[in-house]
Each structure stands twice: as structure tokens, then as C-alpha cells.
Write a protein that binds this ligand. Sequence first.
Ligand code: NAD
Length: 255
Amino acid sequence: MVTGGGSGIGRAMVERFAKERPRGIVVADRDAAAAGEVARQVGGLAVTADLTAEAEVKRVIAEAEARFGPVDVFCSNAGIVPPIGGFDAPDQGWRQHWDIHVMAHMWAARALVPAMAARGEGYLLSVASAAGLLMSPGAVPYTVTKHAALALAESLAVLYRDSGVRFSCVCPALVETPLVAGAEDSAVGRAVRAAGPALQPAEVADIVLEGIRKEEFLILTHPEVRDAAVLRATDPQAYLDVMSGLWSAVGGTAA
Ligand SMILES: NC(=O)c1ccc[n+]([C@@H]2O[C@H](COP(=O)([O-])OP(=O)(O)OC[C@H]3O[C@@H](n4cnc5c(N)ncnc54)[C@H](O)[C@@H]3O)[C@@H](O)[C@H]2O)c1
């Protein structure tokens, strides 16, 4: 089951996972037309839902289980970028980021992990971002909630280490999807582009599947993200200097 499976990375994961001939595949997305098209293409089930409410997360899981039985692999992938900014971003925008990037992952875990632990198997995959290890300069709600998504996945991986349930967190840098199309118009988008090369969604899906096969917790798609994370851990001031340099190079300002 893949949330945000109607587009971009989620769609590519659905298409890639379908080649492994799963018992069933579920595309959950708030975009009904996109979810329907992807589900039809792979012979799966489309469920339309806005996953920023726990009741909706529970409903999509119930619909999936009614059709195919217990969920083996659940990918919390749905995400957004706007609003960008910092404290100038409206509270409602901060809440949307928090709900889709963190609470939706937590609600899915709450609904699924007890039964997975009882079965002694199951897999939760979170799509966070390189911004969850580092930052996306100028996109503060995105950065903060992607850090929280990673922290949630790490915390659950520790709590459920001996349960048979597996956890992975994917932290991609730039991937060519509708989320970032046209982002060159803003300093945030220019900074993302300037930070390194882009991958295609299908390349990310291949890396994710390989990571799941190896049961790797942290799935990194871009090698430069690892290097920057090491710099952040070992020389935080140098890391902030690099990020500040990137932000001023693209003409970024505080508001
Ligand atoms: N594209 C990148 O460069 C990039 C980099 C790092 C991380 N990511 C992350 O990857 C994930 C997928 O992004 P993408 O680039 O494929 O974006 P995308 O916009 O192509 O796809 C995101 C999908 O999520 C769905 N969605 C958004 N909010 C939803 C909600 N409340 N309920 C249900 N569905 C919802 C959208 O309808 C869309 O189909 C996101 O979490 C994003 O933050 C993307």
C-alpha cells in the first residue's frame, strides 16, 4: 500500500512493486483520478482519501484489508511543499505539514503495527527527505516535519526491534516529480536544484526496493546527502556555512 501513489515517487513505487507480483496493491491518494489511473494500470485498488485525519488513514487500511487481507508493506509517502517560508508561514500550513508528514505516518503505525507484531512480520516504509537529515533552505515547515518523520521512524524501529516488524526511511534529494516541477521560480526551488543532480522517480523506486530487500533502515538515494549529513554531525558550523552559502547564492532572503 502506497500513500500518495497517484504521482511522482509514490506512483513509481507502485509500478515497481507491482512487478514483484504482490497479493494486492493499493494506491491511496487525495487525487481520485490519479489514484484510479495508477491502480488500473497495475490491477490494484484505488482509495481516495485526504490522509491528514486519523479516521481516513484507518479507513484506507480497512478498505485495503477487506480486499486483500493484512497489509504486508505500508509506504507513507504522501507529501507537500507549500507553504514555504519560516515563521511567516501560516499556522494552518504548518499544521498541514505536521499532519501529512508526521501524524499520518504515526496513525498508520498505530493502526498496523500491533497486528504486524502479533504476526511477527510487516514493513513500514516512510518517505521523508534529504531535508529530514539536512534542510531545504527557506522551506522551514517542510524541513522541520521531515526531520520529525525520520525521528518517528527511528523511534519505532527501536521500540519494535524484536517484533519482526521492519522499518525503513527514505531520504531522497531532488527527484523529478510534479512536486518540484517549476520550482525554479523561487529561491527554495533554486536552492534544491543547486544542491545536486536530480534522479527520476523510477530510479528511486529501484533503490527503495533494493533497500527493502536488504532491510536497510536509512535508504539514501543521493550519495552527496550522506556526505553532508556527516559534515552536519562532525562540524555543525561548517554545515551551517555551506547551507547559508547555498541560500545566498540563489538570492534567498529571510521573508
Ligand atoms: N520530488 C522530490 O524531489 C522529493 C525529494 C525528497 C522527498 N520527497 C518526498 O517524496 C514524497 C512524494 O513526493 P513526490 O515528489 O512524488 O510528489 P508528488 O506531488 O508527485 O506526489 C505526492 C502525492 O501525494 C498526494 N498527497 C499529498 N497530500 C496528500 C494528502 N493529504 N492525502 C492524500 N494524498 C496526498 C498528492 O495528491 C500526490 O499524488 C513526499 O513525501 C515528498 O516530500 C520528494
